[in-house]
Design a protein around this ligand. Structure first.
Ligand code: IPM
Ligand code: MG
Length: 352
């Protein structure tokens, strides 16, 4: 179980320290951790946000635990040198096309949700976000219009095979849950989405036990706050999934709680090679204060044990310890509490 630890920038290093402590406290035989640079810190040290040595380290690992990247000091760099390219590069270079972002409300946290407690209580959903295509990875550029104006452009596209493989992931996930899948697109306006919908319908034929529905993304954003309990698994493209998963986090209570797994086709001895990261960013506004919530990263480590190492029991233990800490009122500033990053890490380790 070789794990590459890429903490990155800002609060990434702070939350990662706690996740590593939690992992080490399990004393798993065969677990080895090694660290690499990504993001702005990698740019400063090596001149690139995803240096070749980091990529080599990622390829040699069975799983990657990733913190966060991004730093305002890099906002004026060429796009290919910006910190975000580290995570985008890992996702594409390693073929990690399936991003699983579960969202459920912790008992006792209903009041932290931006929604009414009785609405929030019902949230138990999984967003399956495509991660290797869409407008994220299409050609892009700046040009001049005939009228002499500057114009930015980004090309959105999905190929059939890209949609088909993520659809299979989502249908299988639905089979393992409540058997309901909602595909989110904008097929009333976008050709990319029309193809998406057509292919999802074709794949549905192989999963008669899953109930498939379709929703336009604007309606999905509305339904997610009106009645999030209606969703089981949601499958969507890269851009819509980015937006809806941030929205889902505030329905749950804090972006400091949502973990994610990014999986591809490569297998490890006991599961799937993957990259695991909190869905939040580097939060430069609170970095260095020791107040970031490490729970999302700790929960990402749990997902890693489940998906890459087949250690369901240990994953469930970590999740239970986090839930217990929450129930006991160990909350950070993001949830209206006063616990520091380290105190939250301590609380989880104690409960383990
Ligand atoms: C996420 C993040 C990334 C994304 C950024 C950091 C490139 O927002 O993982 O959701 O847009 O995918
Ligand atoms: Mg995002």
């Amino acid at each position: 179980m070789k794990v590459a630890i890429f903490a990155g920038d800002g609060i990434g290093t702070e939350v990662m320290a706690e996740a590593v402590r939690v992992l080490e406290s399990l004393r798993l035989p065969g677990l080895t951790l090694f660290e690499g640079d990504v993001g702005a810190i990698a740019y400063q040290r090596h001149g690139h946000p995803l240096p070749a040595e980091t990529l080599d380290m990622a390829r040699a690992a069975d799983a990657i635990l990733f913190g966060a990247v991004g730093d305002p000091s890099c906002d004026n760099l060429d796009r290919h040198l910006r910190p975000e390219q580290a995570v985008l590069g890992l996702r594409s270079e390693l073929g990690l096309f399936a991003n699983l972002r579960p969202a459920n409300v912790f008992p006792g946290l209903e009041d932290a949700s931006a929604l009414k407690p009785e609405v929030a209580r019902a949230i138990d959903l999984l967003i399956v976000r495509e991660l290797n295509g869409d407008v994220y990875f299409g050609d892009k550029g700046m040009r001049e219009t005939p009228g002499g104006e500057r114009e930015g452009w980004d090309m959105m596209s999905y190929s059939e095979s890209e949609v088909r493989r993520i659809a299979h992931t989502a249908f299988r996930a639905a089979q393992g849950r409540k058997g309901r899948l909602c595909s989110v697109d904008k097929a009333n306006v976008l050709e990319t989405s029309q193809l998406w919908r057509d292919v999802v319908c074709e794949v549905a034929g192989e999963y008669p036990d899953v109930e498939l529905s379709h929703m336009y993304v604007d309606n999905a954003a509305m339904q997610l706050v009106r009645n999030p309990g209606q969703f089981d698994v949601v499958v969507t493209g890269n851009l819509f999934g980015d937006i809806l998963s941030d929205q889902a986090s505030m329905c749950v209570g804090s972006i400091g709680l949502l973990a994610s797994a990014s999986l591809g086709e490569r297998m490890t001895a006991h599961g799937t090679f993957g990259l695991y990261e909190p869905i939040h960013g580097s939060a430069p506004d609170i970095a260095g204060q020791g107040i970031a919530n490490p729970m999302a990263t700790i929960l990402s480590a749990a997902m890693m044990l489940r998906h890459s190492f087949g250690r369901e029991e240990d994953a469930a233990r970590i999740e239970a310890a986090v839930a217990k800490a929450v129930a006991d009122g160990v909350l950070g500033a993001d949830l209206g509490g006063t616990a520091s990053t380290k105190e939250i890490g301590d609380a989880v380790v104690e409960r383990l």
